[in-house]
Ligand binder design. Sequence first.
Ligand SMILES: C[C@H](O)[C@H](O)[C@H]1CNC2=NC(N)=NC(=O)C2=N1
Length: 102
Amino acid sequence: MMSTARPKALDDAAVQAALADLPGWRRSGGDRDALERQFRFDDFNAAFAFMTRVALQAEKMDHHPEWRNVWNTVEIVLSTHDAGGVTELDVALARFIDAAAG
Ligand SMILES: C[C@H](O)[C@H](O)[C@H]1CNC2=NC(N)=NC(=O)C2=N1
């Protein structure tokens, strides 16, 4: 069966190092390792436009955020389900998300 190579979960030190370069992001507490950040926009239109930019990139990457939108806020959790933790894919998507948030 064909399978795409998936990255391995980063170890503790590597996640810390990635977070040092991602201001605003923190490590989720919970049953698995993840990165999370909350964003606030001027209104729903701005929040949803941001989500649309992220969604298109996520689909390109085949790597998708867990997120929750309430009017002008978007809460995002990133982890790689296949790896059971944080991988380079989550770090790359977090960087894109920061840029997309303007
Ligand atoms: C089949 C498909 O490639 C997988 O389910 C992809 C889709 N998007 C994904 N997104 C995230 N965040 N983690 C994954 O492991 C993942 N896997």
